[in-house]
Ligand binder design. Structure first.
Ligand SMILES: Cc1cc2nc3c(=O)[nH]c(=O)nc-3n(C[C@H](O)[C@H](O)[C@H](O)COP(=O)(O)OP(=O)(O)OC[C@H]3O[C@@H](n4cnc5c(N)ncnc54)[C@H](O)[C@@H]3O)c2cc1C
Length: 376
């Protein structure tokens, strides 16, 4: 089949690589001149690797990621460093982390030459016909895959838009440039209306994130100073992580999610995947993982199918993926509200509940999260 993929983010690239490996003719359109991933680090759980294995990409992603967290003391701490919850080793056994740029480049390198058309904004046909227009010229395909991210303009063109909603917090992300001793511990620290996370990357660098419950579009005069003001007095090694991160390695984004799940991930011969289909808050660390599951599910469903059977395949894709991602979108939103609790009473109850929760119970919850069911 001849397939267009709109968007060279993680979801679009995994779809393009998988489909190309299966013998489809694939073209990827990316609006940016120099496609690359925004952001610092990324964690992927076993569900993403199970899916990547099904399209032969698992080793590629493993080669640019670190599995160090699997051997570390992981879970949630309080700002004074005491552990609120320690996760059992089994819940982080498959967890790996990568720098987004390395991951993006590794996936692009798997594409055949001339697959990627950078600097090209693509628009879908509003009726779901498999045509796209670029630079005012229309091109025909058998299938169009829309992977153009959270603020997807093509979702809107297809009439599938449900709007975006601000999650109530902003997030800084950074990567260290000099070594920091983390004492074999990683994970998150939950304060009042603020969270700090530490994740080891390959090459002894650390990826960290810091969140703050606040209004949208807030302007800070000095982002690095604000991060120091919020987290600088928290437990070691948080101050050292901040000190090891130059200002140019710190970025901030307000966190948005889809306001409501989409009624369908497909229209005609057009299929949505990744954040375009189900943007969720980052609280479960599953946004990109779900985009990978979408891409691989669609690739597998298309195996052995000719153009005439496409309708049924796309219907099945939409049903399977809406079910899984809607549950996670909800869970992630709920988790974000608990994690970002800022009132002393609510944060206090939350912390007490966590200290009382046995790690193995928390481990059971993460099992379902980390299980990807191959389409049969
Ligand atoms: C603070 C934070 C932390 C996160 N941490 C994690 C984590 O640890 N693990 C995890 O799994 N997920 C995480 N996520 C979520 C994850 O980043 C996203 O789910 C994922 O990157 C989405 O990938 P995507 O390919 O769907 O979209 P994107 O990465 O947004 O890619 C879309 C691409 O489409 C292009 N594009 C847009 N419109 C057009 C057009 N018309 N024509 C051509 N190209 C177009 C864009 O330029 C872009 O390159 C996090 C998110 C946030 C905000």
């Amino acid at each position: 089949m001849r397939i267009a993929v709109i968007g060279a983010g993680i979801a679009g690239l995994v779809a393009a690589c998988g489909l190309q490996r299966d013998g489809h003719e694939v073209i990827v359109y990316e609006q940016r001149d120099h496609p690359g991933a925004d952001g610092a680090g990324l964690t992927l759980f076993g569900n993403a690797f199970d899916a990547l294995t099904a399209v032969g990409l698992s080793e590629t992603v493993k080669s640019v990621s670190s599995g160090a967290i699997a051997t570390m003391h992981a879970g949630q701490r309080a700002p004074d460093g005491s552990w609120l919850l320690t996760l059992p080793r089994a819940s982080v056994a498959t967890l790996r982390s990568a720098h987004r740029v390395a991951l993006h480049n590794a996936l692009v390198a798997q594409l055949a030459a001339d697959t990627l058309r950078s600097g090209t904004t693509a628009h879908v046909a509003t009726n779901g016909a498999p045509n796209i227009s670029t630079h005012g010229v229309s091109e025909e395909f058998d299938l169009v895959i829309v992977a153009d991210g959270l603020r997807s303009k093509n979702r809107e063109r297809l009439g599938l838009e449900t709007g975006l909603s601000y999650a109530g917090y902003t997030a800084w992300r950074g990567v260290t440039t000099t070594p920091v001793e983390i004492d074999n511990a990683a994970g998150e620290t939950w304060g009042r209306g603020a969270i700090f996370g530490i994740v080891p990357l390959p090459d002894n660098r650390l990826y960290w994130f810091g969140t703050l419950t606040t209004e949208a579009d807030r302007v800070f005069a000095d982002e690095r100073q604000v991060v120091h003001d919020i987290f600088g007095a928290w437990h070691a090694p948080i101050p050292a992580c901040l000190a090891a991160t130059p200002a140019e390695n710190i970025m901030r984004h307000d966190v948005y999610e889809l306001a409501k799940p989409l009624a369908s991930f497909t229209l005609g011969r057009t299929a949505l995947l990744g954040d375009a289909a189900h943007a969720m808050t980052p609280n479960l660390g599953q946004g990109a993982g779900q985009g990978i599951e979408d891409a691989v599910t669609l690739t597998m469903l298309l195996r052995g199918v000719d153009g005439n059977d496409l309708g049924g395949v796309l219907e099945r894709y939409s049903k399977l993926r809406r079910q899984r991602t809607t549950a996670l979108w909800r869970q992630s939103r709920w988790m974000g509200r608990i994690a970002q609790a800022s009132g002393p009473l609510t944060a206090g109850i939350r912390d007490f509940g966590m200290r009382m929760t046995p790690g193995r119970i928390a481990g059971l919850a993460s099992h379902q999260l980390q299980s990807w069911n191959q389409p049969g």
